[in-house]
Design a protein around this ligand. Structure first.
Ligand code: BGC
Length: 780
């Protein structure tokens, strides 16, 4: 159940509802999340140290507005009792509606049909709504519907294993006010330690046979509207429930309460049909410019649309708040945001929903004061962004994989540069982007140093691969820092008055350029590969042969000290450097490095398969790239990590899109121009995607015969295809043949860690076996 609750979760990036059943029970994990609503909890250490964060932030399950309980004669509608004759839920990516249909016979033998449709509005960010209908199949039957708001819901098994955390998170809301009138109820609460005020409200439109009755009541942790009637066979009782949330750490109780009342008023004015129409028109526009079409593998096609839909849901209305690693689909990772956002999610949104990227980066900008403070605490200049956080403070209690992962600064800088290049949003660059670039460049300049030969070294850092820590000159980090330093100098040159206002002078810019120019990139001449960091290729190899499948993920079965001193890679690191800084490697180096790291990479993180797909495609291992693409896309539909119950893996879902567009499309955006090197694996017949770039909408259609670039919006767009400069003009599509990469022997992976070979599921619509979806999902 918990897995399906994540898969069918609805969100707009502001409000998130897990797909718990309307009647509240049974449930896997009840969840209603508001972006930025968290509780502080202590991070006690057995052995503390300077600069360790003292508290962490955990997303909390707020007031549940989804609940509509149903009493049939005198028995509660509960799937665990009586006979469930049919039950089906479906999520339609075109209209953003979660539909449910059930037919149930109560233990006493009364049969009803229940239909519900749920949405979280993409156009009215504080609003969710449910249309709920019960129909008597036989009868007459007495029906009571109870539509509720429930605060401090009991969570199954408490709030996790740690009793200290549970104490804070189990009943995190303190009641402040409640009221109810007619068909409406509002509850206001406050979190105990983080001091965030949360108001939740509901209002209803009820339709039923003449003479139905309704009452309303409110208590500290509960609001309830009850409706009762008697239904004869074929008669229906229908309730439209509007739900609204408002929250703030600063605004007064009346202000937050009134905000919710206002959102309910607007939703009621729009009406159910209006909300549905707005939703589908928003999504029509979105899909029109953002769909990725695949011909030849229907299961992958569905998975990729699932991925795009959830990435959209995570980012659409996050509006100056973070996009968490799980979006708002579950409590996994405590609701924290990581580099996942800037490195995986934002590159996708940049080309389909650029406004969301602007907002996400502005959120980072709002956290600059905290990041400067953190840098000061660590003895560094500029800004050090947290490895994991909700509001901006560092929440990682394990510094070798947290604070030492300084690359987060360059990841943010890289997202800024990509966004500005793709949109030409100079106002953003001046007001927000420049400062992010400057403060991160300052951090790199103070973290690294020039050695006796003048080379710039960055020592004691952790790269993306968390099976190595506190290493010197991690190639990914150094290359990303190099671009960060260069891009900061370039942006400061473009916007001199704004840069001067930040205290940047020509000397500082020269220092950044010098550091970038002298950046040390280790290379192992003997092996002809790049070590992931200094000395990595001299380390002992992990005993892959002697590691049975049940010992993965390794971090749960082996001590970090052993992982850290051996050649074993949790997730793409050097391989990611070859994607994001592909300009720093020759083709031959890419092929050799890829083969070398394939043997060592165990993919104990879901942030790996997509990157391996991209580089596999680049070096010509197209079938391997296809396998990895499918793995990234199926991460949650097939629950490959075994933890989809805690929420969806946003980076992997975004990564599936990256695997297709940057892998098979061969898109690189290292400099101002989009560069493509398209190619397809034998399993796919066609791949089509569109990208918004500046004022243009470019469509790229790839088949085995060739690639056609069509400008669907805009006048002219320069790009490169296999290194050839092209200008695509309105009304004149350009077609170029596919350049087949030289055939290569398939790289090997650690034994037992090979990706599943993709068997394309072409054209199996209508009764064919669709992939290997677990039965419970197929049944849903
Ligand atoms: C990965 C990190 C990632 C985090 C959140 C970890 O397992 O190693 O790279 O940021 O999960 O997704």
């Amino acid at each position: 159940m918990a897995r399906a609750e994540s898969v069918f979760a609805l969100s707009n990036g502001h409000v998130g509802l897990r797909a718990n059943l309307d009647e509240g029970e049974p449930h896997g994990l009840p969840g209603t999340y508001l972006n930025g609503v968290f509780e502080l909890r202590p991070l006690p250490y057995g052995e503390g140290g300077y600069g360790y964060p003292e508290s962490s932030q955990s997303v909390i399950n707020v007031t549940n507005g989804k609940i509509i309980r149903l009493l049939v004669d005198d028995e509660p509608f509960d799937l665990r009792y009586g006979e469930l004759r049919s039950h089906r839920r479906s999520l339609d990516f075109r209209d953003g509606l979660l539909r449910r249909e059930a037919e149930w016979t109560s233990p006493a033998g009364r049969t009803v049909k229940v239909r519900s449709t749920r949405l979280v509005s993409l156009t009215q960010r504080a609003v969710a709504a449910v249309e709920y209908e019960v129909e008597a199949v036989d009868g007459p039957v007495r029906i009571v519907l109870q539509s509720e708001l429930v605060a401090n819901e009991q969570l199954p098994g408490g709030a996790g294993g740690d009793p200290r955390a549970a104490a804070v998170l189990e009943a995190p809301l303190i009641a402040e006010a409640h009221h109810a009138l007619n068909s409406k109820a509002v509850l206001v609460h406050r979190t105990r330690f983080s001091g965030i005020r949360v108001a939740a409200g509901m209002d209803h439109i009820i339709e039923g046979p003449e003479g139905f009755e309704s009452t309303v009541e409110s208590h500290e942790d509960q609001g309830r509207v009850s409706v009762t009637t008697v239904l004869r066979p074929g008669e229906r009782l229908k309730v439209v429930k509007f739900i609204a949330y408002g929250w703030s750490a600063t605004r007064s109780l009346p202000a937050v309460r009134d905000q919710v009342e206002a959102a309910l008023t607007a939703a009621r004015y729009t009406g159910w049909d209006g909300l549905v129409a707005e939703q589908s028109s928003y999504l029509k526009d979105f899909w029109d410019s953002s769909d990725i079409e695949i011909d030849g593998d229907v299961e992958l096609q569905q998975a990729v649309r699932f991925a795009i839909f959830h990435v959209l849901q995570a980012g659409a209305r996050s509006e100056e708040r973070a996009i968490p690693a799980k979006g708002l689909t579950g409590p996994g990772y405590d609701g924290h945001s990581f580099w996942d956002t800037e490195t995986f999610v934002l590159p996708v949104l940049t080309y389909c929903l650029p406004g969301a990227v602007n907002q996400a980066l502005r959120w980072r900008h709002t956290t600059l004061p905290l990041a400067r403070e953190r840098a000061g605490q660590l003895g560094l200049a500029g800004a050090v962004f947290p490895w994991r956080t909700i509001r901006g403070e560092e929440c990682s209690g394990y510094w070798p994989a947290g604070t030492a992962a300084f690359h987060i600064g360059a990841d943010i800088a890289s997202a800024v540069v990509r966004y500005v290049r793709a949109t030409g949003d100079v106002a953003f660059e001046k007001e927000y982007g420049l400062e992010l670039l400057v403060e991160t460049a300052r951090m790199w300049r103070s973290l690294g140093h020039h050695d006796a030969e003048g080379q710039f070294r960055i020592e004691g850092v952790t790269g993306p691969d968390e099976y190595s820590a506190v290493a010197d000159n991690n190639v990914f980090t150094n290359l990303m820092a190099q671009s960060n330093l260069r891009n900061a100098a370039e942006a400061a040159t473009r916007h001199q008055p704004e840069a001067a206002a930040l205290g940047v002078d020509t000397e500082e810019m020269a220092a950044w350029r010098d550091a970038a120019g002298a950046m040390f990139i280790p290379y192992d001449e003997k092996l002809g590969v790049h070590p992931q960091a200094d000395g990595f290729t001299d380390h002992q190899f992990w005993d892959f042969e002697g590691t049975p499948p049940e010992k993965y993920p390794l971090l749960l079965h082996f001590p970090y000290f052993d992982l850290y001193r051996k050649q074993v890679v949790k997730q793409a690191d050097l391989v990611l450097a070859m994607q994001l800084r592909g300009d720093a490697f020759t083709d031959e180096q890419k092929a050799r490095n890829f083969a070398y790291y394939e043997r060592l990479t165990v993919r104990d993180s879901s942030l790996s398969a997509c990157t391996q797909a991209v580089i596999a495609a680049e070096v010509g291992q197209l079938d391997l790239a296809y396998d990895y693409t499918a793995e990234a896309a199926m991460m949650d539909l097939h629950d490959l990590g075994g933890n989809t119950r805690d929420g969806l893996h946003m980076a992997s879902l975004a990564g599936a899109c990256i695997a297709l567009v940057a892998g098979f499309g061969g898109l690189r955006d290292h400099n101002g121009t989009l560069a493509f090197r398209p190619r397809l694996p034998s399993g796919l017949r066609r791949l089509t995607f569109s990208m918004q770039i500046r004022k243009c909408l470019l469509e790229v259609r790839i088949t085995h015969a060739g690639t056609t670039y069509t400008l669907r919006r805009g006048e002219a767009l320069p790009l490169t295809h296999e290194g050839e400069d092209l200008v695509v003009r309105a009304g004149t599509p350009v077609t170029r043949p596919i350049v087949k990469p030289p055939a290569q022997e398939r790289c090997g992976q650690p034994p037992g860690r090979e990706p599943a070979r993709r068997q394309p599921h072409a054209g199996v619509a209508g009764g064919g076996k669709v992939g290997s979806a677990p039965d419970h999902l197929a049944a849903e």
